[in-house]
Design a protein around this ligand. Sequence first.
Ligand code: TRP
Length: 509
Amino acid sequence: MGQERSQWGSKLGFILAASGSAIGLGNIVFFPANAYKYGAGAFYLPYFIALFVVGMPVMTLELGMGRFTGRAFPATLRQIAGKKGEVAGWFGVLNASMITMYYLTILGWVVGMLRGSLGGLWSPGAVEAFGLPSGALSSAMSYFFNMISRYDTVVFVAVVWLLNMLIVFWGTKSIEAAVKVFVPLMWIFMLVLIVRGLSLDNGGQGVYLLFTPDFSVMKDVEVWRGAFSQIFFTLSLGFGIMTTYSSYLPPESDDISNAGTISFMNSSFEFIAGLAIFSLLFTFAITPKASTLSMMFFVVPEGIAKFPFAVALFGVLFFTLLLFAGLTSSVSLVEAVVSSLLDKFPGASRGRVTLVVTLIGFCGSALFALPTVIDKGLDSNGTLGLSLLDLYDHWVFGYGLMLCGLLECVLTGWFFDLDKLLEHINRTGSLKLGGGFKALIKFVIPAIILIILGSNAVKEITGGLYGHDMSLGGLDFLSPFALVSWLGLTIIGALVLSGRRAADEEAGR
Ligand code: TRP
């Protein structure tokens, strides 16, 4: 068999790594943007319901599974539900690799903006490539558009992939070393930003808005869909990330308390990020856009540009925060892919597998960063011209994530003796899980996910091919391609990967 599976050096290391995975761009920009879009204060109710009904149970399940089998996602699901389990596992891993690709492209842009915030970002300029005059856009916006219209952005993407590679290269050891530095720093930076935000003249008003509920939106399915997707994404669920991380835990670990700690840290971070960003924006009467990318690349920088002093310093702080938060999340995605491949090919060396994943991933990320795929209509349709990225995000995030969540619940709930897994979780768990938990995994969560997926699909069809606010400028024709390549690639990939060496494995058992 393959190498000994490594283990986290300490429980703290695991908690930092798993909460570092959960706390990412989703917390700093998605949450405030969603909260604003879905009725500010009123968003908390669906959010907490989603957290308790779906988020924490699925996280407990993922952690329990990983500790039960000591393997990454596909091998874990194989052990639990046989061949079809493994196909589902690879489906998750391949979706994870797609998210990784554009997540890292975005991080590449963060590096670019970080460099910009040392100087150029704060002075207004024209957007040469697209013929937009200076003054038409905020300085951060023009800096961003100029940046993405150049090929050298690919270098930033390479830098980010290199960092990910280095962090994943030595497995738990290097991941643990990285998160011990990055995770505490990102908390500190966030706290600095919140103090700055709240001490601005009208900082408190933004907070007030965040806590003023608008219950009229609660009837809207969209709000609920937003809350459930937010929970899935922010807790890094669905792709077996938590399964992979918990497979490196010692046998006596407590999944329930771990799920609680990780969720608590994640939601707290989300909460203070909401406070910081709302206070900052409302002081300067900037309307937060419900688009993640505009939020991080122009809306917040626009606020920072209006600070009375130390603009560049806070700019650097903000983008470094995004980079650290993003890195600790992206390494969990890369690690899930590497670890799944290592389970499958036990003879391969971790270093070599990491290198291959990095090279392929970098090519994918570079594709999203090429100026040629940027729609020249730019901001016109809310996609910032990043239509290709938006398309993949639409399919992978809108469907892939939930589909994987559905599959893992159905497989463990219906095709496996769930009692066996529960007994394993309960043996070391601080609470005893019983019928309620089983009902959630078998009926409630699948039903919720089916309703959400169904309503997504209905909206997709009735609202045109791409659904609600996704008009794609000149690149509309790409959407069917994105759908076909996403589905095709992942399904073929899943089948190939689970088929290969299956015979050897069977023989080895
Ligand atoms: N949770 C991270 C965030 O909030 C993103 C992330 C990391 C993720 N790993 C994931 C999302 C796995 C979905 C699945 O930004």
